[in-house]
Design a protein around this ligand. Structure first.
Ligand code: HEC
Length: 150
């Protein structure tokens, strides 16, 4: 149960942490400028691809997939996440050393999650999910510069 709660919180923490750091969560879209912020390619990739794919993997800690079809969805999302990690390696910022480290960690842990999903091993998917989460956090700590702060 504790484990489950932790995993459940992981996605929330990533997003809440970002919101807190940015101080943008309470802002309404009516606020001038906010809705017109250009979306950077990295942010676009995060919101459209990394968030949904990682959520699918993180969700296994709360509730293991019920049948082969559900496991298959997790496996595909984990593979997609590894692919997104490869895309991140093509989007290097200045001082890319740690970026490469965290992207590589994301690729490796997502591949582990995909293998574990293939084997229908929920515990291993959860463990890989924790490692994935560390890569999100590790990179954000160093590189997350929000539009509001640019
Ligand atoms: C290699 C670095 C790196 C990794 C790994 C990474 N991110 Fe990001 N993420 C960023 C950067 C940089 C931004 C800010 C982009 C911008 O605003 O231009 C960002 C932004 C975001 C945002 C949008 C914040 C906002 O409101 O603008 C979300 C959500 C997010 N990441 C989720 C995730 C999740 C979930 C993972 C792990 C599965 C992850 N990220 C892994 C670098 C990374």
């Amino acid at each position: 149960m504790l484990k489950t709660t932790l995993k459940n919180n992981a996605v929330f923490v990533v997003i809440a942490g970002i919101c807190l750091a940015a101080g943008i969560c309470q802002k309404s879209s009516a606020e001038p400028g906010v809705e017109n912020q250009p979306v950077s390619p990295v942010r676009q990739l995060m919101l459209s691809s990394l968030v949904p794919a990682s959520s699918s993997v993180f969700a296994v800690a709360n509730e293991a997939p019920k049948d082969a079809a559900e496991w298959n969805v997790v496996e595909r999302n984990a593979f997609a996440l590894a692919d997104h990690g490869k895309q991140l390696l093509k989007m290097l910022p200045p001082n890319a050393e740690a970026w490469i480290k965290h992207s590589t960690h994301l690729i490796d842990s997502s591949t582990e999650a995909a293998d574990a999903a293939k084997a229908k091993d929920a515990d291993k998917v959860s463990d890989a999910g924790n490692a994935i989460y560390e890569s999100c956090e590790g990179c954000h700590k160093l590189y997350l510069i929000l539009p509001a702060h640019k």
